[in-house]
Design a protein around this ligand. Sequence first.
Ligand SMILES: Cc1cc2nc3c(=O)[nH]c(=O)nc-3n(C[C@H](O)[C@H](O)[C@H](O)COP(=O)(O)O)c2cc1C
Length: 230
Amino acid sequence: MTDTPVDTEEAFARLEMPMIEAMQTQRAVRRLHTDPVDDDLLLRLLELSLKAPTSSNSQDWAYIVVKDRAQKARLARLYRVLYRTFNPLVRRSVEGDPEAKRQVRPGQWQAENFEDIPVFVIPCYRRTLKHAPVGFPQISVSSFYGSVYPAVQNLLLACRAVGLGASLQTLPIWFVPAAKRILGLPWNVNPVCIIPIGWAKGRYGPTKRIPIEEVVHVDHYGNRAFMSPA
Ligand SMILES: Cc1cc2nc3c(=O)[nH]c(=O)nc-3n(C[C@H](O)[C@H](O)[C@H](O)COP(=O)(O)O)c2cc1C
């Protein structure tokens, strides 16, 4: 847990964290300090994140880094419209489950404080005939999004290592045309998600996930060979 912003030099040193520790503890950290994040540090994390693979090594990425207060406020307004629209469904789904209810609170905090978050990173990708966010055959869709999410996960892991809170979010930009207008994106560049970043107030992992035996199917779906008989 990181309660206070970390000095930049110390943050760079923390990049040496063992990979297994970063992977086991990386999770969505939504409660963030409002203190600024050093540009040199952020650029290094973005550089590391872009060591990721892309379909055909196309590297048609654009990272929009939003720090300007007015831009953040525009994104916050868009987010709140979407949050107010869809959050009632989330609330209903966690009704009667105190643990799940507790988990949605940091999301509420973010929706209320979105423009105070120091920086947003919005990974975008250029659509081409081969790599498109919509369309047929479906392979182009998987190649489009699949060219962005490996880099996103790298960024989340790098943030975790240095102690920056971060989370992968899509709801704030679900209405893509509005997000594109705010960000001034050309018609063929699409935002994929938004990663609010700041020094972590919230806690990192360990995370809880479904046991591996339940997830692995051998040779064909349904043959969960690693699961012990009930
Ligand atoms: C494709 C995708 C979209 C997501 N969109 C949102 C989002 O809009 N808002 C949000 O708060 N979290 C979002 N998340 C984060 C997930 O809710 C989070 O990773 C998941 O609940 C597990 O939480 P944990 O990593 O803290 O254990 C998204 C994650 C993914 C992979």
